[in-house]
Write a protein that binds this ligand. Structure first.
Ligand code: NAP
Length: 330
């Protein structure tokens, strides 16, 4: 009988039930390169790895050069900005990811940031916690309505559309969206027909009260939100980033908060993660900062692990996995 067991490198911890699925069929090394005590084992395992599974670590050309037998990477994420896509294509290495299973949870997180920034929820909860609620709150602690406001969504794919459904159908918010191609609403999203409008970026920036970024990070979108873009936003507008930190020029964001007219920012993601202690965004009074928890619920993180494990097992068996990453456009 031929040995079908392959060398698999798990580079971010998997739930025990999913690790067991891999171990039943393959020879598995678990080594997280972000942990100093496991980095050497990770680099050693690259030499023989045929499949890798994990997330939150840059798989660059140097790393790929150290993995000459690699055939497939299964990312436990939908975003694939950590992977050297052209090098993977040149080597014929398959890249899988986890679209769909995290859509609604990430949209929930983005909507939570919209609510938290507009209604000053964290600040006011701390007001109570810190013992300052000694008389009824006055105007200095009022927030701003969410319902009925115009929401601009940068990126109108799975998650952007899920945010739009919450906004348009739940909160009566007109939605403007920016993407390279308009979505055929009547066909793909009839429930949002007439409620969400494809809008050129500059016009969206000028018209929206709240702007949420849900774009993939790519060569085209890196640094998309800079001084010019923040300068176009309405006085008192709110900016939310639920996608990737590097979409935003953080110096320009801070400048818009401190010296411009941006009211508040809700950020789940940052250019450098974890957010450095010295970052002015960490304690800014009008920034609600989260530790990249877009998909971080028990249910969704497990569903992501299941899909990523299935992708890897299918690829190693020579089958077409359920979720192979396909680059669209350039
Ligand atoms: P998706 O379904 O692929 O949607 C991406 C959207 O962005 C599409 O509307 C696409 O439309 C648009 N787009 C892509 N490149 C563009 C460009 N250069 N200019 C304008 N629009 C562009 O992806 P998704 O599942 O919604 O996920 C979106 C991103 O969210 C992921 O890539 C990931 O980085 C991030 N994310 C973050 C978290 C978190 O924890 N905070 C969790 C999940 C996902 P066109 O192709 O027509 O332009």
């Amino acid at each position: 009988m031929t040995n079908t067991r392959k060398k698999v490198l798990v580079f971010k911890e998997l739930p025990p039930d999913q690790l067991a699925r891999l171990q039943a069929e393959h020879d598995v090394t678990v080594a997280n390169p972000r942990l100093p005590e496991q980095a050497a084992a990770f680099h050693a395992a690259l030499a023989s790895a045929e499949g890798m599974i994990g997330s939150s670590y840059p798989v660059n050309e140097d790393l790929l050069a150290a993995a000459p037998h690699l055939k497939v990477i299964s990312s436990v994420s939908v975003g694939v900005d950590n992977y050297a896509l052209s090098a993977l294509a040149a080597r014929g290495i398959m890249l899988c990811h986890t679209p769909g299973v995290l859509t609604e949870t990430t949209a929930d997180t983005i909507f939570a940031l919209i609510m938290a920034t507009s209604r000053r929820l964290v600040e006011l909860a701390n007001h109570v916690r810190d013992g300052h609620w000694t008389h009824n709150v006055g105007e200095s602690l009022f927030g701003w309505d969410v319902h009925g406001k115009t929401l601009g969504i940068l990126g109108f794919g799975r998650i952007g559309q899920a945010v739009a459904r919450r906004a348009a159908l739940g909160f009566g918010m007109p939605v403007l969206y920016h993407s390279r191609r308009p979505v055929d609403m009547a066909k793909a999203l009839p429930e949002l027909a007439g409620k969400a409008t494809h809008t050129p970026l500059d016009e969206l920036l000028q018209r929206a009260d709240i702007i949420a970024a849900v774009l993939p990070l790519s060569v085209q979108t890196r640094g998309l939100m800079g001084a010019r873009e923040f300068g176009l936003m309405k006085p008192g507008a709110i900016f939310i980033n639920g996608a990737r930190g590097a979409l935003v020029q953080e110096g320009a964001l801070l400048n818009a908060l401190n010296h411009g007219t941006l009211r508040a920012a809700g950020l789940d993601v940052f250019a450098t993660e974890p957010l450095p202690m010295g970052s002015p965004l960490r304690r800014h009074p009008r920034v609600t900062a989260l530790p990249h928890i877009g998909s971080a619920t028990f249910e969704t993180r497990h569903a992501m692990a299941v899909l990523a494990t299935s992708n890897l097992l299918q690829a190693l068996a020579g089958e077409r996995p359920a979720a192979v990453f396909e680059a669209t456009g350039s």
